[in-house]
Write a protein that binds this ligand. Sequence first.
Ligand SMILES: CC(C)(COP(=O)(O)OP(=O)(O)OC[C@H]1O[C@@H](n2cnc3c(N)ncnc32)[C@H](O)[C@@H]1OP(=O)(O)O)[C@@H](O)C(=O)NCCC(=O)NCCS
Length: 149
Amino acid sequence: MNDPFDVERTALTWRSKEEHFGVRLGDRLVAHAGLVPVPVSVDGTRMQVVGIGGVIVAPDLRGHGLARLAVTSAVEQARSMGPEFGLLFCWPDRVPVYQRLGWQTLDVDVHVEQPGESVAVMPLRSMWLPLREGAQWPPGPVRLLSLPM
Ligand SMILES: CC(C)(COP(=O)(O)OP(=O)(O)OC[C@H]1O[C@@H](n2cnc3c(N)ncnc32)[C@H](O)[C@@H]1OP(=O)(O)O)[C@@H](O)C(=O)NCCC(=O)NCCS
């Protein structure tokens, strides 16, 4: 599997995650979700969010709630970290998976940093999750002050 996350066609450079949540079946790692805190600017105001990425389930075990398990574990950890929001990027056909887990689509272009101080518009859909009850993503242009995760 050369491109398990299906991101090569974005032609973007991605950053690695700092914490990893796996589901193990016997000796086998069958599902994973990663997280990394990232700075973001919304309407010119800087804040920290918890980026979630690297979500993947072994092909033969999809459809059994393993992504839910891995993402829920990562989100539980994210809730203890301080930022008000989780943020992730995914292809449109995967949006329903995260909607089932409570994530909402962010309907503005998100600019992300790339090597050499260049900036790109994220071609994937952006989704956010409140990490505190009642938190609402603020309106305005969004720029990730980091490589995307
Ligand atoms: C996307 C992926 C992680 C989903 O893993 P999974 O283990 O099959 O997902 P789950 O079984 O935990 O499903 C989670 C929820 O999404 C729903 N769901 C799963 N696939 C769906 C689909 N294609 N369309 C709509 N809903 C879907 C499930 O019904 C479930 O909701 P429920 O618990 O309320 O019933 C898996 O297909 C995968 O690894 N794909 C390749 C890598 C990838 O695309 N990663 C995501 C990058 S953003």
